[in-house]
Design a protein. Structure first.
Length: 98
């Protein structure tokens, strides 16, 4: 299964690495229209355990896939694979409405 990440929610804390601040991600399955909002841990499990695919898509349809990385302190987080853009694909997404 593959999901498109459409929005994020960030912790209000002051984090050195902004990726660690993402607490929730909103998504849509473009194949069946199902939508949801999951914690970062749930999306990490979706990718690592369930072999799922997650991506962002810009207004031109260009996709950037999410990967799981681990900080030097052992914390797992999500980031997009470099796609030739200087911008941050995840942090550019709007806040999810609760």
């Amino acid at each position: 299964m593959s999901i498109k990440i459409t929005c994020i929610n960030k912790d209000n804390g002051d984090h050195y690495d902004p990726h660690l601040a993402i607490t929730h991600l909103g998504w849509v399955n473009e194949e069946n229209g199902k939508t949801g909002r999951s914690t970062s841990a749930e999306v990490i499990k979706f990718i690592e355990v369930n072999s799922g695919t997650a991506y962002t898509k810009d207004v031109y349809g260009k996709m950037a896939y999410l990967v799981v990385r681990e900080s030097r302190h052992g914390n797992k987080y999500l980031k997009t694979v470099a796609d030739g853009r200087d911008s941050n694909n995840l942090l550019e997404l709007p806040e999810c409405l609760l």
